[in-house]
Design a protein around this ligand. Structure first.
Ligand SMILES: [Zn+2]
Length: 273
């Protein structure tokens, strides 16, 4: 068994044995250096590690041109619309509007490669919930939440969000809702650009495309006026977060020491079991 397979079996084994935060306990119990190494990565998510997978040369150039083009797509269709945009629609707009410019064959291949590569190869262990790059979100299944620029799925997601607002108040607000494939690709690859092509580092902060539960119900909340700090551990120090916790119906998907290869995300609300 190679290193990653061993690590994966440790992670899956420990989470099956106990509820969160199981990995920390496991690391104390068996002093496994692999678990320690793993936990160090998700805690120091923005640091570079020697075995990180990094795009270089032609791939790094493609990464940058693709992200620039997607940025133009987003500007063209608008922030909120972009969050629901499918792969095919993005290609359509790029092909038909010179402001964006057509995706080259190489760029399309690159996007497909990013989507279909096994994320375990660069250190992300979460489930793949959307298997096809052309999967779309039906606008009819969603509702635009006023003043947030975000959509939520009707049904469970919307009800949970409304319940949170009723219980905690208007100071808690939706910060990221439904994300289609293109939006997740854009967020993930933008993070990869900021990480100088480091896919492992990007995946410690953002689920790779196809792995995000924002595609089928989860959403992020924050405190109004807290800005980008809503996406840091500082959010866990707010009264809003404490109330979320006290009320007990918030199940955080990426808790501290989670087994998926992702940093602690107290702002991410799990809707799908
Ligand atoms: Zn989230």
């Amino acid at each position: 068994m190679d290193r990653r397979t061993v690590l994966k079996s440790i992670l899956i084994g420990t989470t099956a044995l106990s509820a969160s935060p199981s990995l920390l306990a496991a690391s104390k119990a068996d002093e496994s250096s692999q678990v320690k190494d793993y936990l160090s990565k998700i805690r120091n998510f923005n640091q570079h590690f020697d075995d990180d997978v990094i795009l270089t040369g032609r791939k790094l150039r493609l990464l940058k041109t693709v992200v620039a083009r997607l940025k133009r797509v987003q500007r063209f269709v608008g922030y909120a619309n972009f969050s629901l945009l499918s792969f095919d629609k993005a290609l359509y707009f790029a092909r038909n509007y010179s402001k964006i410019g057509n995706f080259s064959k190489e760029e399309i291949q690159f996007l497909e490669e990013i989507f279909y590569t096994n994320s375990n190869d660069y250190g992300f262990y979460g489930e793949k919930v959307t298997k096809n790059i052309t999967a779309g979100v039906s606008k009819r299944d969603t509702i635009k939440v006023p003043y947030t620029g975000n959509y939520l799925f009707r049904g469970d997601s919307l009800h949970l969000y409304e319940k949170i607002r009723r219980d905690i108040g208007k100071s808690i607000v939706l910060t990221s809702g439904v994300r289609g494939i293109m939006k997740q690709i854009y967020l993930f690859l933008s993070k990869a650009v900021r990480s100088n092509g480091n896919l492992s580092m990007a995946s410690r902060s953002l689920a790779p495309p196809g792995h995000s539960f924002h595609g089928n119900g989860d959403f992020d909340v924050g405190k109004t006026g807290f800005g980008s700090r809503n996406f840091t551990e500082d959010f866990a120090g707010t009264t809003e977060f404490k109330k979320l916790e006290e009320l007990g119906y918030i199940r955080i998907r990426y808790h501290e020491n989670n087994p998926f290869g992702v940093r602690f995300e107290p702002w991410h609300v799990k809707v799908i079991a």
